[in-house]
Design a binder for this molecule. Structure first.
Ligand code: PMP
Length: 295
């Protein structure tokens, strides 16, 4: 079944201060955000009607904009309330949440000092992959040709639209070659992350993951590290060379969309999804459920 295009759905989108009918949430073709990628966004999930780590996402959203030299004109608390209201008004309990902020139409050249900042929040259905047995087969990853840029050449701490150009190209290439996604190296040729998720490896009961200093430090990544340590599993953040991949036993990726997803293959390297991947899937799915208030 073809997916209903995202501009032809029903419901409500919050845009610049009010809820508008889904199909009316439009921007003009002459928008700085579209032409010059002055656009930042977030990706979040609501579970049981509550957005997981909403405040952390709102903080990262505001910080991404500051990195791009603009200020989102709403506080973290206001953004949290707006996001929750959009989930509620669309009658979703579990869904994906997409805040986006972009420079508008006042100036259409590189400089855009006086542009207005537009903000919108949309939500849509994006089921989690509940079938754990299916998940435990693992996905296959290609190795991308593009590398994560040197922090001196791109604002890599921001979740900025412009940084996804190389991700879309790499993901398309991977899909054409029969893979689910691509693992990207960093500018120095070390393992970095996937096109929309962070990556972890295990050997001898220990988890190894790259240091997030030139790619997005995912909120799911931070959650997984905390959950693993809570279980008493050692987590080492370090530089990982691609040649080391042959020595790891398990591999899994993490992200709001992917949640925790095991990997069976990366190019020539094979992994066997096992007990640690399983534990992280289980711990993450328990963690995202809204907390019951203590009686
Ligand atoms: N890296 C990239 C490039 C991403 O797009 C994402 C998804 N936002 C992640 C990592 C994982 O981030 P998070 O866990 O905050 O969703």
């Amino acid at each position: 079944m073809a997916l209903l295009p995202f501009d032809q759905r029903d419901g409500y989108i919050w845009m610049n201060g009010s809820l508008v009918a889904w199909r009316d949430a439009k921007l003009h073709v002459l928008s700085h955000g579209l032409h010059y990628a002055s656009c930042v966004f977030e990706g979040e999930r609501a579970y049981g009607g509550r957005i997981f780590k909403s405040t952390e996402h709102s903080e990262r959203f505001k910080n991404s904009a500051r990195v791009l030299d603009f200020e989102i004109p709403y506080s973290v608390a206001e953004l949290d309330a707006i996001k929750q209201s959009v989930v509620d008004v669309n009658n979703f309990t579990s869904c994906y949440v997409r805040p986006v902020a972009w420079r508008g139409s006042e100036m259409m050249a590189v400089a855009a000092q006086n542009s207005t900042i537009n903000v919108a929040v949309a939500v849509w259905d994006w089921p989690s992959m509940f079938d754990v047995e299916q998940k435990m087969k693992g996905i296959r990853l290609d190795i991308a040709e593009y590398r994560r840029p040197d922090p001196r050449t791109a604002p890599c701490a921001a979740k900025a639209a412009g940084l996804y150009m190389i991700c879309t190209i790499s993901k398309h290439r991977a899909e054409r070659r029969g893979y689910a996604d691509a693992m990207m190296l960093d500018w120095e040729g070390r393992v970095a992350e996937c096109t929309g998720a962070n990556i972890f490896f295990t050997v001898g009961g220990v988890i190894h993951t790259p240091i997030a200093d030139c790619f997005l430090d995912g909120i799911t990544r931070r959650t997984v590290i905390e959950l693993a340590r809570r279980r008493g599993i050692e987590v080492i953040e370090r530089r990982i060379q691609p040649e080391e991949l042959s020595g790891f036993e398990e591999c899994f990726i993490s992200g709001t969309g992917a949640e925790v997803t095991p990997v069976s293959e990366i190019g020539p390297y094979s992994f066997t999804p096992g007990a640690i991947s399983r534990a992280m899937i289980d711990d993450y799915s328990a963690e995202v459920q809204p907390r019951q208030k203590a009686a």
